[in-house]
Design a protein. Sequence first.
Length: 319
Amino acid sequence: MPRSWAELLGDEDAAPEPDAQRAGFVSRLRDSLSKSRRALTEQIALAAFDPADEEAWERLEEALVMADVGVRATAELVERLEARGVDGDLGPALAEELERLLGEPTTLAVDERPSVVLVVGVNGTGKTTTIGKLAHRLREHRRSVLLAAADTFRAAAEEQLEIWAERAAADFVGSERGGDPAAVAYDAIEAARARGRDVVIVDTAGRLHTQTNLMEELAKVRRVVEQRLPGAPHETLLVVDATTGQNGLQQARLFRDAVGVTGVALTKLDGSAKGGVAVAIAHELGLPVKLVGVGEGLDDLRPFDAGDFARALVGVADR
């Protein structure tokens, strides 16, 4: 059963999500991971796996690497499966071990008032769209939200975020083109405190993880936020495009080191055969995947559920 928004946000008393809505997302997730699943299962017959066949283990390793699970995570998976002594249908055991590598579910840190969520990532990953959808969901769960347009370089970035603010019934703080991103974040926190808002979500300009000067600028935004509000940012979300595969792992590593990433939003799963990168990020870097995007609709951003993801990736039935 997929995690609900109430679980992600720590709302223990919230009403449960309708079963039909949950089932619908699981179906979309399976569809989105179809390319990744084929990359895995075309290389190895999971249903008729022979543990005595050394070539079968080699094909499994190759298939996991091709699905972008990552070399280290693949080695760990194979070692665990060998220790289990699996015979016959490998699928359920593989899904269970993938789920374990993905780690325990975590909440989104939005309990403080105001809570500050800093959203970072490279160009074109879908940061602004992810922010808009997240703001929409927060509003549905009775959180007042303020969006801060600290992407002061990309043409139309502020306008795009302001449209999302209107759709989500959120407040908005912008700036002049070419302004100081750290100043925008500072002003947003000031506004949120004055208005009594619950959550500030700061959009930042996309930047390649190899652009040292821009990464330093991002670190400055984080320092200013922390100086203005001790303990902030309470959440630093890295948006990763699943289609980038192992490059997404390197992005996550460098952003983690530069700005203290606390979680990942994995987007564009519907266009990728490299969905296994979620496993690599969680296992190698210890970064939890908290959100997953499977389309353009408002309901296509969801809390990440390791069990559903693992079963959809392998192609085994839901529990």
